[in-house]
Design a protein around this ligand. Structure first.
Ligand code: G1P
Ligand code: ZN
Length: 543
């Protein structure tokens, strides 16, 4: 097998965003695009020689080709071993677990998460560090630097490695170990949760629907929920992964998982329903007649986690991304534990988890997780909910009502304006920046502004500072509006407007969020001039 050194030159646009490098699949398929980035990962982390990596992805279009390239490049750069999920498949949390459990030097995850897949859709690649988590801004910065000066990459000339059979083969001098993608992850879940209690729930007739959205969690959910815990066959929907996710948009929210929401709101609703995304790290939680917002889910899980064996000692602390509602903060206060507010993106939780300062973390974008891995974890959230329901013998609706009665309710909605021209989106944000100093003291339908700033985060563990993390406007009484631009889109800019209000009046805890937040929504428009800037009458997506 010959090692080839291929001349190349830097390619524009290889700067990783909120979660790795995401582009249209066809961009990744262009000559040298993937190879440049992979070589830059090796260059950015001080080389691949002698190292062990985990590689896997969510099975989307180009996953299989990209993995073969990565294997040949790892071998050419002297890596000792690559651990790959069978068929090239690993959910993001399962990859994080393997990176940690096998004490590796990190891993490469191929996914564009909840973005659609296919030759005309999205692809992505990201590097996770030995702690199992997404590379820090520091490391992604070094990788990006490497992409701007690259002049050559190394790749082995070789046949494809057979990833269909579990076992170890050689690629040049490198070992390729193909593992069952589900086994280690399922074992970890069994350590954390009371599987017998959950199995007893199903044996008692409790009904569940889990929508895998034709994405990576299909095999995981089938193995754990149906085969191990005894949920009846057919409880997992759309459980066979496909390279284009059945032509769908594998994002577990009320828009893209609408059939599931309709199911729980209908006459034959199951007791519990959930969905996960393309790579298995997001979750949506539903109960009969009720949708649980991700921010509420985080708060409910924080308040009840001690009911599951893995968390019976209690939580060290909790962390949420800044745009996530403050519901979990009040739980932390009641539990007398620390709560942290971090910028958007799971990578910011890594230090807090590593330092043992946070046990549970979450984002309003349907991400929840704990210190069991260093990624958010969709099925983990489902199992923790099931464990809590099994112990409390409560319905989802009753648990949520009791939670709001005790802590108050944070009404929450997010309005997204997608594929806005970059100039127009930047003009909206610049306009807001220009008004920050004068907003405090001004009164709007949402109340009087108490504070307005552009969020910056000082990491309490390593002291690093991250600026420009979204514009916050806080109002007297707890209303809040946040504006930020997405860092994961592949076309134009996506403006996200996060709208929140706090209610503790027992008579007002069961409103429709969009109604309860009408004054906040109107104020966002008044302050930012969204319609004028975007030329849009309404958001593309409300979640
Ligand atoms: C989005 C979410 C963010 C999440 C990220 C990766 O990023 O908002 O919470 O961590 O996807 O799943 P954004 O597009 O807003 O930058
Ligand atoms: Zn994801």
């Amino acid at each position: 097998m010959e090692k080839l050194t291929i001349k190349t030159a830097p390619i524009e646009g290889q700067k990783p965003g909120t979660s790795g490098l995401r582009k249209k699949t066809r961009v990744f398929m262009e000559p040298h695009f993937l190879e440049n980035f992979v070589q830059s990962i090796w260059n950015g982390i001080g080389g691949a020689a002698g190292k062990t990596f985990v590689v896997g992805g969510d099975g989307r279009y180009f996953n299989d080709r990209a993995i073969q390239v990565i294997l040949r490049m790892a071998a050419a750069s002297g890596a000792a071993r690559v651990i790959v999920g069978q068929g090239g498949i690993l959910s993001t949390p399962a990859a994080s677990n393997l990176i940690r459990k096998r004490a590796t030097d990190g891993g490469i995850i191929l996914s564009a998460s909840h973005n659609p897949g296919g030759i005309d859709e999205d692809f992505g690649i990201k590097f996770n560090t030995p702690n199992g988590g997404p590379a820090s801004e520091d490391v992604t910065g070094q990788i990006f630097e490497a992409t701007t000066v690259i002049s050559q990459y190394e790749i082995l000339e070789a046949q494809d490695v057979d990833l269909g059979a579990i076992g170890t083969t050689m690629l040049g001098a490198m070992e390729v170990e193909v593992v069952d993608p589900v086994a280690d992850y399922a074992a970890l879940m069994e350590e954390l949760f009371d599987f017998d209690a959950i199995a007893a729930l199903f044996a008692g007739g409790f009904t569940l629907r889990f929508d895998a959205m034709h994405a990576v969690t299909g095999p995981y959910a089938t193995a754990i929920l149906e085969d191990r815990l005894g949920a009846p066959k057919g409880s997992v929907l759309n459980g066979v992964p496909s390279p284009d996710f059945g032509g769908g948009h594998p994002d577990p929210n009320p828009i893209w998982a609408k059939p599931l929401v309709d199911l729980v709101m209908g006459e034959n609703a199951p007791d519990f329903a959930a969905a996960s995304d393309g790579d298995g790290d997001r979750n949506m939680i539903l109960g009969r007649g009720v949708y649980v917002t991700p921010s509420d889910s985080l708060a409910v899980l924080a308040a009840n986690a001690h009911l599951a064996p893995g968390y019976k000692a209690g939580l060290a602390g909790v962390a949420r991304s800044m745009p996530t509602s403050g519901a979990v903060d009040r739980v932390a206060e009641a539990l007398s534990i620390e709560s942290f507010e971090t910028p958007t993106g799971w990578k910011f939780f890594g230090n807090l988890l590593d330092a043992g300062r946070a046990t549970l973390c979450g984002e309003e974008s349907a991400g929840t997780g704990s210190d069991h891995v260093r990624e958010k974890d969709g099925l983990w959230a489902v199992l923790l909910w099931l464990n809590i329901l099994a112990v409390t013998k409560s319905s989802v609706k009753d648990l949520l009502d009791a939670h709001w009665a005790r802590f108050g309710r944070n009404y929450y909605t997010r309005h997204d304006y997608e594929a806005v021209e970059n100039d127009r989106a930047n003009a909206l944000m610049d306009g807001l920046r220009g008004r920050l100093a004068t907003l405090p003291g001004q009164s709007f339908a949402a109340g009087t502004v108490t504070m307005a700033d552009e969020f910056a985060y000082d990491d309490p563990v390593d002291g690093s500072r991250s600026e420009g993390q979204g514009i916050r406007i806080l109002f007297e009484g707890g209303n809040r509006i946040v504006f930020r631009l997405s860092g994961t889109g592949t076309v134009g800019a996506t403006i996200r407007v996060y709208l929140e209000g706090v209610e503790s009046d027992p008579a007002k805890l069961n409103q429709v969020a969009e109604d309860a937040l009408a004054p906040v929504i109107a104020t966002a428009e008044e302050i930012a001039g969204i319609k004028a800037h975007t030329g849009r009458d309404a958001p593309d997506v409300k979640t």
